[in-house]
Design a protein around this ligand. Structure first.
Ligand code: AR6
Length: 174
């Protein structure tokens, strides 16, 4: 059974095996979570992302997929980069957002990560409404077959925290 927990805070400070980055297909950085992870994790993460672009992901990481790198100087061991869908853009699809969570957990299993912190993927620059994103995220994690023991949703503000809390209920939040 995977335990779902919630914290209000900064994903870069989480002491977990893996933190998930709300990246873009380029894997070469950006704002929001992505900017914070690269800033605090240091240049080792970007170097690993450049290597991925030069090897498996010449055209970039497709939306809904996930790939791992070192976490550099972050407390976590790995960063799992995933690319959320842009809300309202042609082809935007809830199954792609669910796929970000499922694929990230699949990568976590490959790494042997047992604790994984997720941000609210697609709810910042990519514009996905928070309540809907929370529903999709919680359903995707609950229905995933994974060896991950704790999935920690790390929410930046009160509105995001409340949206996830409503979906999870009070019984299994940490
Ligand atoms: N810790 C936890 N949550 C955060 C943090 C943080 N340090 N910073 C922001 N959030 P976003 P997206 C929240 O924009 O919508 C980047 O430029 C934020 O309030 O980071 O998937 C990438 O390079 C929001 O609720 O990700 C892509 O181009 C949520 O995290 C693009 O943005 C996600 O916001 C991806 O957009």
């Amino acid at each position: 059974m995977t335990r779902l927990t919630l914290v209000r805070g900064d994903i870069t400070e989480q002491d977990v095996d893996a933190v998930v980055n709300a990246a873009n297909s380029s894997l070469l950085g950006g704002g929001g979570v992505d900017g914070a992870i690269h800033r605090r994790g240091g240049p080792e993460i970007l170097a690993a992302c450049r290597d991925l672009r030069a090897s498996q992901y010449g055209k970039g990481l497709p939306t809904g997929r996930a790939v791992a790198t070192t976490a550099g100087r972050l407390p976590a061991r790995w960063v799992i980069h995933t690319v959320g869908p842009v809300y309202g853009a042609a082809g935007a699809d809830p199954s792609l957002l669910a796929s970000c969570y499922r694929e990230s957990l699949r990568v976590a299993d490959e790494l042997g990560a047992r604790t994984v912190a997720f941000p609210a993927v697609s709810t910042g620059a990519y514009g996905w409404p928070m309540a809907d994103a929370a529903r999709i995220a919680v359903e995707a994690v609950r229905s995933a077959a994974t060896d991950v023991e704790e999935v920690r949703f790390v929410l930046f503000d009160e509105q995001a925290y409340q949206a996830f809390a409503e979906r999870i209920g009070s019984s299994d939040t940490g």
